[in-house]
Design a protein around this ligand. Structure first.
Ligand code: NAD
Length: 260
C-alpha cells in the first residue's frame, strides 16, 4: 500500500472537478481522474499533473450513471494506489426547463449522476476509510442544495439530496476520523454553465446577455463568478488536519447568494 494518500475525483476532466484534482495533486495526494473527454487530452493532463506535482495519476472513464461502472472506478483506484482516502463527488449535469416540459430521461440522468452516484461511491469506500480511521468525503453540491430556482427541478432535488447524504455520512463517520462536507458553489463559468445560458434564455424569453446579467450574476451580490480554483483550494483545506472537526456542513462559496 502506498504511503501517499489518494483521492478519487469524479467528473475531473473539466471545470470544477479538474480544478479540485489539481489542488489535491499539488497537496500531495495521488489522483484518480474520471469524466469524459478526448483520450489524447486526458493522457496529456495525466502527464502534466504527474510531472508538475510528483504524484501518481490514473484515469477511469466510468459513467457515473452506472453503479457497475462506479465499482470499476473504485477498482481502478484501488489497484493503482492500494487505498482510497478522499472521495470528491463532483460529476454533474444540468437541464433547465419548466417542470411540465422537463424531459423524463434527463430527470432520471440528473438524479443518477448528481445524487445516486455519490451514494454508490460512498457505499463502496466507507468501510476502508473507517478501518483506517481517516477519510474525507467532499460532495460538490451547489447553492441549489440550499435554495431553489425555477426550471431546475431535477438539479435542485439532487443537490438538496446530496446535502442530506453528506449529513448522514458525517454522522456515520464521526467516530472514525471520516468527515463529510458539501461545498455549495454559486455560479462558476464552466462548460456546464455556458450551456445553460441559451437554455435559460429560451425558458425565460430573454437574450443571453440578459441571462448573464439579470439571472446568473443577479443572484450573486458580488456580481462576480466564483472561480473553480477557489473551490479546489477549499476542498484541499478540508483534507488538512484543520478540517478534521469540520463535518456535516454545507459550505456556500457563492458570492453572498444564499445570504439573501
Ligand atoms: P463541467 O460540465 O465543466 O464538468 C462536468 C464533469 O463531469 C466533466 O468532467 C464531465 O465529463 C463529467 N461528467 C458528466 N457526466 C458524467 C458521467 N455520467 N459520468 C462521469 N463523469 C461525467 O461542470 P462543472 O460546472 O465543473 O460542474 C461540476 C460540479 O459542480 C457539478 O456537480 C455541478 O452541479 C457543480 N456546480 C457547478 C456550478 C457552476 O456554476 N458551474 C455551481 C454549483 C455547482
Amino acid at each position: 500500500m502506498s504511503e501517499r494518500k489518494s483521492a478519487i475525483v469524479t467528473g475531473s476532466t473539466s471545470g470544477i472537478g479538474l480544478a479540485i484534482a489539481w489542488e489535491l495533486a499539488r497537496a500531495g495526494y495521488n489522483i484518480a481522474l474520471n469524466g469524459f473527454g478526448e483520450d489524447a487530452e486526458i493522457a496529456a493532463l495525466q502527464d502534466d499533473m504527474e510531472s508538475e506535482t510528483g504524484v501518481s495519476v490514473v484515469y477511469s472513464p466510468a459513467d457515473m450513471s452506472s453503479p457497475h461502472q462506479i465499482a470499476i472506478l473504485v477498482e481502478v483506484a484501488r489497484r493503482a494506489f492500494g487505498r482510497i482516502d478522499i472521495v470528491v463527488n463532483n460529476a454533474g449535469i444540468q437541464t433547465v426547463a419548466p417542470i411540465e416540459e422537463f424531459p423524463v430521461e434527463r430527470y432520471e440522468a440528473i438524479i443518477a449522476i448528481n445524487l445516486s452516484a455519490a451514494w454508490h461511491l460512498t457505499h463502496l469506500t466507507m468501510a476502508e476509510m473507517k478501518a483506517r480511521k481517516w477519510g474525507r468525503y467532499i460532495n460538490i453540491a451547489s447553492a441549489h442544495g440550499l435554495v431553489a430556482s425555477p426550471f431546475k427541478s431535477a438539479y435542485v432535488i439532487a443537490k438538496h439530496g446530496l446535502v442530506g447524504l453528506t449529513k448522514t455520512v458525517a454522522l456515520e463517520g464521526a467516530e472514525f476520523g471520516v468527515t463529510a462536507n458539501a461545498i455549495c458553489p454559486g455560479y462558476v463559468l464552466t462548460p456546464l454553465v455556458e450551456k445553460q445560458i441559451p437554455e435559460t434564455a429560451l425558458a425565460r424569453h430573454m437574450t443571453q446577455e440578459q441571462v448573464v446579467r439579470d439571472v446568473l450574476l443577479a443572484a450573486q451580490p458580488t456580481k462576480q463568478f466564483v472561480e473553480a480554483r477557489h473551490i479546489g483550494e477549499l476542498a484541499a483545506f478540508l483534507c488538512t488536519d484543520a478540517g478534521s472537526q469540520i463535518t456535516g456542513t454545507a459550505l456556500p462559496i457563492d458570492g453572498g447568494w444564499t445570504a439573501h
